[in-house]
Ligand binder design. Structure first.
Ligand code: M7G
Length: 235
């Protein structure tokens, strides 16, 4: 459920549904909802754009620098000002460390829709486009230590996890999604999800793989970034 910004309380709060019993409905309330949140959740036709390395530099990067959603929630988690009690695992290294915690979309009542997120500690990596050979130790830590932590805490084996990055992400602070393999999580389709194991292989082979290649961007009809691609004659 999304509530209009005009209904905003003094400070933003996100409410989650009560624990599920059978035949109940799970709902996430985003309150207050900004225009960007409203756009993100409304049903829309989606278009696939093939973003070249040049498109990224000329179109996407300037747009992202100007428009990205606030990252304050990420910094609050990294600084233990929010959700500190929910942290499942952390590696404290400032360069190669990360924090692993349940994603907002998972209420932890059941393992079927298990969903955790790893947030990197360093703040200079926006997305997959920034990942180079220098970041292999960080990404390997996330994969191995994240899988081990989830097996230890929730009893879900590495072979039952889908570990991936979104491109493009909604939030431009590098993070990795861990979802139950049996759960068709939003954003796990081929046009948006990049398996972390494949990312590691690609970057190990070519340290600048994600700076060189074209990447698919699934963009909703009313997204400003899609308009920019249209105006540039790329759609
Ligand atoms: P994304 O790939 O940037 O975009 O993922 P998406 O939302 O389109 O998937 C960001 C992830 O962070 C999503 O899975 C969100 O559910 C999750 N997330 C967003 N917020 C604001 C929070 C939060 O405050 N706490 C937690 N734990 N997860 C969040």
């Amino acid at each position: 459920m999304l509530l209009a910004p005009g209904d905003a309380p003094a400070r933003p709060v996100t409410l989650r549904s009560a624990p599920l019993r059978s035949a109940e409905i799970k709902a996430t309330v985003v309150y207050p909802a900004t225009e960007k949140h409203l756009r993100k959740y409304l049903r829309q036709p989606v278009h696939l754009v093939r973003e070249s390395a040049d498109d990224y530099e000329r179109i996407t990067l300037p747009f992202v620098r100007a428009q990205a959603l606030s990252l304050q929630w990420v910094y609050n988690i990294l600084e233990k000002k929010a959700e500190a009690e929910r942290i499942v695992y952390e590696n404290p290294d400032p360069q190669d460390g990360f924090v692993l915690l349940p994603d907002l979309k998972w209420n932890q009542s059941q393992l079927d829709d298990l969903y955790l997120i790893a947030l990197v500690r360093r703040r200079d990596l926006m997305s997959l486009r920034d990942v180079t050979a220098e970041h292999l130790p960080l990404l390997r830590n996330i994969l191995r230590e994240g899988q081990a932590a989830i097996a230890g805490r929730f009893g879900v084996a590495a072979s039952q996890l889908r570990v991936y990055l979104h491109y493009p992400p909604s939030y431009y602070h590098l993070h990795v999604h861990f979802t139950a393999l049996g759960h068709e999580a939003p954003g796990c389709a081929v046009e948006r999800a990049h398996l972390l194991a494949d990312v590691l292989d690609n970057v190990a082979r070519d340290g600048r793989h994600y700076q060189r290649r074209a990447l698919a961007c699934a963009l909703r009809d009313d997204e400003p970034l899609l308009r920019l691609f249209r105006e540039a004659g790329r759609l």
